[in-house]
Design a protein around this ligand. Structure first.
Ligand SMILES: [Zn+2]
Length: 364
């Protein structure tokens, strides 16, 4: 199997257009036409991780955090990133990273954290905005089903946990074909009336080109009419953070101790206990403190993230329990997401979670 097949499986799960503006997710180093000899899954790419891949004979390293974040004018090995680049290239290793696209995807980083804690009824804490558009098209009655199916297959019609969503209204279209056309129905030079269905459906904006291509190839008309509308709706399936519920409430101390154990945290930092039981949990892996206002707004009893700054702790006593479990600790199980995406599709492929703990932070 080629490396590019693994990359496209990862990108079907976590499409690159879902990444945040500052990010550099995707292929970092290498050529993906090569046959994959095995994939090592990690949170961070370090020289030790690359050595692990080399020892295993694997030519693919898949990380959560991108190795490369900036432009380079020279690569001379003056820091660990440059040394990693050189080592990967010298050893024909491809590095691929799925970062905020995996944070923002359904089933991504935060879903995995929620699964470890045992949360149910998951909702995205801050759904993506300006990411959806509506497609309206007009199709002769007899072809409406096949065009609708083609649109669904191309990625239209997903709302929450429902697929194949559309609205269909019967009506009448008119057109007059001019000289040189090849009309599907009607006669050149004569006004034609056709019974048509107005099909409305929703799609993520990043799928626009793919969907238009599918529409044009499935629609019987030479010049299909269609409209695209921007939507102000939030995209409930994609975005930052997660909020969910525990089956049974726990005291704050019970909850914090359980979190400390699940994520193997050396020291859980938290604010003053509120005295209330924990039932509703908001969380975001990594540096998720920016979601604190959303966590409070949603009525969560606790907000868990990897990093919270000193000043962010002020002013929330009694509002919400805040718990900081470490960046690495919060995201360490991301490797399991890579594992199951690849294992499901390629059951016999050589695959391993890195055994190296890349957390640079130690606790005394
Ligand atoms: Zn992170």
């Amino acid at each position: 199997m080629k490396i590019k097949e693994i990359v496209s499986a990862l990108e079907r799960f976590a499409p690159l257009p879902l990444q945040d503006g500052f990010d550099n997710a995707g292929l970092q180093i290498g050529l993906t036409e090569a046959e994959a000899t095995g994939a090592l899954l990690c949170l961070d790419v370090t020289e030790a991780v690359l050595d692990e891949a080399i020892a295993l004979g694997y030519n693919l390293v898949i990380s959560h955090h991108p190795l490369i974040f900036k432009g380079y004018k020279s690569i001379t090995g003056k820091d660990y990133v440059e040394r990693c680049m050189l080592k990967a290239i010298k050893n024909d290793i491809v590095i691929y990273s799925a970062h905020t696209n995996l944070d923002n995807a359904q089933g991504g980083v935060n879903y995995k954290i929620a699964e470890k804690i045992g949360l149910k009824n998951l909702k995205v804490l801050e759904p993506k905005e300006n990411s959806l558009i509506k497609l309206v098209t007009f199709v002769p009655d007899a072809q409406a089903d096949s065009v609708r199916e083609a649109l669904f297959a191309a990625g239209c019609g997903n709302i929450g946990n429902y697929d194949s969503c559309s609205y269909n209204l019967k009506g009448e279209g008119t057109f007059r074909a001019k000289e040189g056309t090849h009309p599907f129905c009607g006669t050149i030079g004569e006004l034609h009336h056709e019974n048509e269905v107005r099909i409305e459906t929703v799609l993520p904006i990043y799928k626009k080109a793919e969907v238009i291509k599918a529409l044009l190839s499935a629609h019987p008309y030479e010049e299909p009419a269609f409209d695209l509308y921007p939507l102000q709706n939030n995209w409930s399936q994609a975005g930052s953070g997660i909020v969910g519920e525990l089956d049974e409430s726990e005291t704050e101390l019970e909850f914090l101790k359980r979190i400390k154990k699940i994520f193997e945290v050396g020291c859980v930092r938290h604010n003053k206990l509120t005295g209330r039981e924990i039932q509703k949990v908001a969380l975001c892996g990594g540096a998720g403190a920016f979601l604190l206002p959303q966590a409070i707004r949603t009525g969560a009893d606790v907000f868990i993230t990897g990093e919270i700054k000193y000043h962010d702790y002020f002013g929330h006593e009694g509002d919400i329990l805040m718990a900081e479990i470490g960046h690495y600790e919060s995201e360490q199980y991301t490797k399991e997401i890579f594992y199951s995406i690849i294992r499901d599709l390629f059951p016999n492929f050589a695959l391993q979670l890195s055994k190296i703990n890349t957390n640079p932070i130690k606790y005394l």
